[in-house]
Design a protein around this ligand. Sequence first.
Ligand code: 13P
Length: 248
Amino acid sequence: MKKIIAANWKNNGSKKFVKDYFEYFFKNVDSNNEIIIFPPDLYISQVNDYRRKKNFMLGSQNINYVSDDETFTSGHSSDMFIDNGCSYTLVGHSEVRGHDITYSEAAKSLWASNDLQVIFCVGESADTKKDGNTQNVISKQLEDLCDKRSYPKVIPKKVIVAYEPVWAIGTGNIPKIDDISFIHKFIKTYVSENHPFLKEKDIMVLYGGSVNSINASEILNAQYVDGVLIGGASLDSKEFTKICNLKI
Ligand code: 13P
């Protein structure tokens, strides 16, 4: 079955890195999956040039919550990302939420266009998990996604949520596979019951947090997992290509 395999390069890369990465990737990729790469903004245009074989999609790591305000210094509009080949954007990644933007502000500008599919990130902290509050926190995070006011311009055709437990990001620790399935099912049910426009069949849930070429197959084969969002392991072209080439 076709899954989403997404690479979040975070704050990594250089022109040479991009060149070397795609040299290996194009020679070795043989995948039926939907591959998405999220480079830092400054390299989106260069990565877009490497899309000549069109065997992957491109995304931005974050859109500014005032991204469609043309008078805002340092903004990047959703149209600019689309113009540079992006068809996806991450919103509310745990490394972004709570810093320069609030979660809610990001969410309000979500669906600027159906040409830029949002991947809405949620996940609990270690303390939340310890206190047994994971489902409460995730429902709260999903509220903006399910708020009709988040869609001033377009009605979305689908929703993609990335479940990324904060305690699993960059730590080498992952939840038990059954726990991943349980939370993914919880997210699908919550969104289908609360979203103003979408039904369960329109909702995809990706898992993110310490995915690598050793654990990817088991995670991707788990129930209710529609794909993975990979940080550290996606920076190694060989490792990422191996995951892309998995036949699920
Ligand atoms: P790691 O794969 O490095 O844990 O990062 C996950 C992540 O934050 C992807 O968005």
